[in-house]
Design a binder for this molecule. Structure first.
Ligand code: M6R
Length: 609
């Protein structure tokens, strides 16, 4: 959840650290802090709130150092406060540490250290690491003290640390929380997320669990905690600085919504063979023989990614003929899921770091299943731990509310439908029809997104609505769930998403003149069935915005507002019908004056259980 950034080089560390923190704020933002090393002394600054608060407090020598670490926090142990903000120190301020993850045995370690005379100032689990290193330093050098301290921890960590006894080095390590080293010319960055370093370095090294690195101006060494030296591959960092910034839009969310024609196309690029009616998925080639033998797919994911999985289930079962089950990743390891070596478990995750989804992958592997990752962040933990996978190529998604990652997940699930379908008897004609439908979608998405202004007016008109009901049937049932999630998370309005047919089994009781229903009813195979639900709402005085297919303007007589989407294949309609709902939630949040990109209580990447 939290973000780590570190710098060592010949330039001013503060500038890199503050910029990095700003880019990482989406991971968590109740407080932030920075420590720099200058002339063998550590200068520490912390602030509650946003990075701007921290920056305004940085004074004197802290503005001019060439080594430093910083952190943006999302509280797990201890309330948001300056004391609990990172970096943490030992008893005498001789070392400084930033930590992501959870130290499960922190209470036991803290009691032991207090018994030895250590004085703790924060309520955090992280502070024990600083005191453990301090304790070990009584009998060894910093590097050994660092590894010994980490070996005593149970739980997860991504850490960066520096100490006055070895003042020209930066120490980092990971176990369960991501840590990346950026390699520049005569300078190095470390971060929990590559988005903090794009534009500054062109090469990166992804640390694996159980690995640490010692970095100074001469270079870096990567080792295991048992001091075995490792040769790590430097990978090219392809994301541009421009991609990681807002590109002139007021918020990342609207930028990311409007990027969807491109991000969707990027997900298909080089993979869609329209004439052959095929999908070429290079990332699956190493496991292709095994994929031919699977008899079941389980999709494990959370939040928005879970909703994409539900739409994928409908596509895969209808067109590829494989039984599919979609599981909340947070449930997967707590129930007896019947999977074996003939099951493919697909982990859908934008970040590739969601703790629940990662745990599902590990559990699935333990049970012998083939694991596949559909992940946006290249080199993320899920991407590396799955047997094979497909990258979304959606570019960095910064806004906490997921939008372009969702539609790129749908693109990949449609590609998987073609891939498995053609492997299992789908005709060339059907394959070509789906491939052609996919090829057309970027321009259709663009057309839907052009309705941003009228949707903004609707959001303003209905901004005082106390509760929303989102309804959709068949392929658009998951879109009802996703639309409701969007409005809940950024506009803080109670909203429920249901299959249209379920309305009469309970939610209909909520309908009155105050309620607003977002009713998704494209002209598809279930249109007629859906419309009876619309009549039932109107009969009870409810207000309705209908999303339907162009040419169906007649629906206007039954609805308060109509949003039209272009015609496409039924299985692809969710890719169009979600766009107005993303825009509606965005404009509603702006109208209410909320912090769209950083909704309260939420973090972009949920790396704790
Ligand atoms: O990175 P992931 O796709 O694994 O994240 C899963 C959910 O945490 C995420 O989709 C969340 O629900 C979003 N904030 C929704 O907009």
């Amino acid at each position: 959840m939290c973000g780590i950034i570190g710098y060592i080089g010949k330039r001013n560390a503060k500038d890199f650290l503050i910029e990095g923190l700003r880019r990482l704020e989406y991971r968590g933002y109740d407080s932030a802090g920075m420590a720099v090393m200058k002339d063998g002394r550590i200068f520490l600054t912390k602030a509650v709130g946003k990075v701007a608060e921290l920056e305004s407090k940085i004074r004197g020598d802290a503005r001019q150092a060439m080594l430093g670490i910083a952190h943006t926090r999302w509280a797990t142990h201890g309330k948001p406060s300056e004391t609990n903000a990172h970096p943490h120190a030992d008893c005498f301020g001789n070392l400084s540490l930033v930590h992501n993850g959870i130290v499960e045995n922190y209470q036991e370690l803290r009691d032991m250290l207090v018994g030895k005379g250590h004085r703790f100032v924060s309520e955090t689990d992280s502070e024990v690491i600083a005191h453990l290193v301090e304790e070990e330093l009584k009998s060894c050098e910093f590097e050994d003290a660092f590894t010994r301290a980490l070996s005593a921890l149970q739980g997860t960590y991504g850490v960066a640390m520096m100490g006055v006894s070895d003042p020209e080095k930066l120490f980092v390590a990971r176990k369960g929380s991501p840590l990346v080293i950026g390699v520049g010319t005569d300078e190095y960055l470390v971060a929990s997320d590559v988005s903090a370093m794009v534009g500054h370095v062109s090469k990166v090294i992804y640390l694996e669990d159980g690995e640490m690195a010692i970095i100074d101006l001469q270079g870096y060494r990567v080792k295991t905690l048992d001091h075995e030296l490792l040769e790590k591959e430097e990978q090219i960092l392809e994301w541009s600085q421009e991609q990681a910034q807002k590109g002139g839009h007021p918020h990342f969310m609207i930028k990311e919504i409007l990027e969807q024609p491109k991000s969707f196309e990027d997900a298909l690029r080089g993979r869609l063979l329209v004439e052959e009616g095929l999908a070429k998925l290079g990332g699956l080639m190493p496991v292709e023989e095994r994929l031919r033998k699977i008899d079941r797919i389980v999709i494990a994911s959370c939040g928005t990614s879970y909703h994409a999985g539900l739409a994928g289930e409908y596509m895969l079962e209808e067109y590829a003929g494989i039984p599919v089950e979609v599981e909340y990743a947070s449930e997967f390891r707590y129930r007896k899921s019947l999977i074996d070596e003939r099951t493919a478990v697909i982990a859908l995750s934008q970040s590739g770091e969601t703790a629940d989804t990662l745990a599902a992958v590990r559990e699935a592997k333990r049970k012998g299943a083939l694991t596949l990752g559909v992940v946006n962040v290249v080199g993320s933990t899920i991407a590396r731990e799955t047997d094979a996978g497909i990258y979304n190529h959606a570019g960095p998604e910064v806004s906490v509310a997921s939008t372009k990652a969702f539609t790129s997940q749908l693109a990949i699930l449609a590609l998987l439908t073609l891939y498995f379908g053609r492997m299992r008897g789908m005709s060339l004609v059907t394959g070509k029809r789906i491939a052609e439908g996919l090829r057309m979608l970027p321009s259709l998405i663009e057309k839907v997104a052009e309705q941003s202004e009228p949707i903004k007016k609707m959001a303003k008109k209905y901004q005082d609505t106390p509760h929303f009901l989102y309804l959709g049937r068949k392929y658009n049932m998951p879109i009802a769930l996703e639309g409701a999630l969007k409005i809940k998370e950024i506009a803080y309005v109670p909203a429920q998403g249901y299959p249209t047919g379920e309305m009469k089994h309970g939610p209909i009781a909520l309908i009155d003149e105050q309620s607003l229903c977002l009713f998704i009813a494209p002209k598809d195979s279930v249109y007629e069935k859906s419309i009876s639900g619309l009549e039932e709402i109107k009969a009870r005085g409810g207000r309705v915005i209908v999303i339907t297919t162009e040419g169906n303007e007649a629906i206007g007589g039954k609805a308060d507002e109509v949003i039209l989407i272009p015609k496409t294949l039924e299985l692809l309609t969710p890719i169009l019908s979600i766009i107005p709902l993303q825009l509606f939630a965005y404009h509603m949040s702006v109208a209410k004056g909320y912090d769209v990109d950083r909704p309260r209580n939420l973090a972009k990447s949920v790396t704790v259980e």
